[in-house]
Design a protein around this ligand. Structure first.
Ligand code: GLN
Length: 498
């Protein structure tokens, strides 16, 4: 029934790279296969830009390299980027009208590094405007095949959200429209959509991946990371993405490039898994709790030990994040003024009027809300009461993690309190903010975190298990996830319609 080419989209990145190296498939054939799938499934709204010519040119170059036998780790593997990374060959919108018509003169460092490892770019993926959101319902951009903005749909149930802000990224992997993708995570935007769509995603330690060319939301929190079906594939991509970029990103860490897959095979017998009581409180829905509990028991079977721990300021991470992230956003987004890039209002009287009209027309409601909150908490008289207090509590949250890591090696819990909700069900911004409770603490502390498929909850929707590691322990996290994926098949399950 299945022809050779329809199998391509079921291959892992690791297997696909091997088939490309051994010339069982060509990079052009592979790229074309995924482009065809992206177009056939455009109802999902995952892609916002394709450029078939550019993709196939990259694939031909990959084939030429493969023919010489000098291939990199990802040569010929097609991937797609969240539309928050600037790219020369594709327009970049950050999900916003204000970047209408913008074409970057350079590629983001993450994009360049993946290209240097041999990856071929399939296109750009939908996301919440400036990565602000938890459901991908804040995108102002029309997906490929649409004339107007349309929701990104969860392939497990088309009436539900994919999560956000990297919603298009999670859907592309879940629906096999790309073998792997990039995402960004400021407060959970890789882990939560990975959880909602049943894929694996990791956000590294803050500073591991360069932010150069990644359109800034909250600079002290933003991190890039990969999403794929397995931890093994994420390790391959993450190894290519990370590394110092000291001249271009002042928060880039001066640590050597690492092979995060080197210890995937390590035994996890005796691994101490910290289980924070605060992640299992009243707000956690029963179906997610059951799936996460079962996943923890699977770890016990694999030889790990569960250690009860406390992260006492978990609840405070919501007000702290929703003060600090908007504060940084209000400053970062001041550059979108109609002068330098993208949209400019057509009719205005003078410069200030041009700024005002451009920003009023170009930004969506959620972005405006955050700019206003950010400007407010940074203003004279409120700075001490809000911004400074939030900074202090941020430090305490990071300290709480260090206290917890005295007793455990990794921390595990749910990635989100519920499975993916229905499109339009959370129109109140606060309801969205509250759903970030389990991802925000690691973001505020700058710790690496990931989500991996751990079971199914209400409506047959995927549930993600979140693993949080101490600084620079990405390999350990990916190893723990890999062991789980060797023993289970949740990450291989697929939405019925596919
Ligand atoms: N949901 C969070 C927000 O809306 C996190 C977004 C992100 O990680 N980019 O800010």
């Amino acid at each position: 029934m299945t022809s050779h080419s329809t199998d391509l989209h079921d291959l892992s990145v690791t297997a696909l790279a091997e088939q490309l190296r051994t010339r069982q498939v060509s990079a052009v054939e592979t790229a074309q296969h995924f482009l065809d799938r992206a177009k056939a499934q455009q109802n999902l709204g995952a892609y916002v830009a394709l450029n078939e010519e550019a993709t196939l040119a990259q694939a031909r170059a990959a084939d030429a390299l493969l023919a010489t036998g000098n291939a990199g780790t990802l040569t010929g593997v097609p991937i797609a980027h969240k539309d928050i990374f600037v790219t020369r060959d594709f327009p970049t919108t950050a999900g916003s009208k204000i970047l209408d018509g913008y074409l970057s003169p350079f590629d983001a460092t993450v994009v360049t590094r993946l290209a240097e490892a041999g990856a071929v770019t399939l296109g750009k993926l939908n996301c919440d405007e400036f990565a602000m959101g938890s459901a991908n319902e804040n995108s102002a951009v029309a997906p490929v095949g649409f004339d107007a903005p349309a929701p990104v749909r969860n392939p497990w149930d088309l009436s539900r959200v994919p999560g956000g802000s990297s919603g298009g990224s999670a859907v592309a992997v879940a629906a096999r429209l790309a073998p792997a993708v990039t995402g960004t995570d400021t407060g959970g935007s890789i882990r939560q959509p990975a959880s909602f769509c049943g894929v694996t995603g990791i956000k590294p330690t803050y500073g591991r991946a360069s932010r150069y060319g990644m359109i800034a939301f909250a600079s002290s929190l933003d991190q890039a990371g990969p999403m794929a079906r397995s931890a093994e594939d994420c390790a391959l991509l993450l190894s290519a993405m990370c590394g110092p970029d000291l001249d271009r990103d002042s928060t880039s860490l001066d640590r050597p490039v690492e092979n995060f897959g080197a210890t995937l095979g390590n035994d996890i017998a005796g691994l101490r898994i910290g289980v924070p009581e605060e992640f299992f409180g009243d707000g956690l829905s029963a179906d997610v709790r059951a799936a996460v509990d079962a996943a923890l028991q699977e770890y016990v079977k694999l030889g790990a030990k569960l250690v009860p721990i406390h992260l006492p300021r978990t609840e405070l991470s919501i007000p702290v994040y929703y003060i600090l992230a908007p504060a940084e956003a209000s400053s970062n987004l001041s550059r979108f003024d109609g002068v330098k890039f993208g949209h400019r209002a057509k009719h205005y009287t003078d410069l200030v009027d041009m700024y005002k009209k451009t920003r009023a027309e170009g930004f969506g409601d959620e972005v405006k809300r955050r700019i206003m909150i950010g400007a407010y908490v940074l203003s004279e008289g409120y700075y001490d009461a809000y911004y400074l207090q939030a900074q202090k509590i941020r430090r305490m949250i990071a300290d709480d993690f260090q206290a917890a890591f005295q007793h455990c090696d990794v921390i595990a819990g749910p990635a989100a309190p519920t499975v993916a909700w229905e499109l339009g069900a959370k129109s109140d911004p606060l309801a969205n903010y509250l759903a970030d409770i389990y991802t925000l603490p690691a973001s505020l502390a700058g710790l690496p975190g990931m989500s991996l498929p751990a079971g199914f909850g209400a409506g047959g929707m995927p549930v993600g298990l979140q693993l949080i590691g101490n600084y620079f322990r990405e390999s350990q996290l990916l190893g723990a996830a890999h062991r789980f994926q060797q023993a289970t098949d949740f990450h291989l399950r697929r939405p019925l319609a596919l």
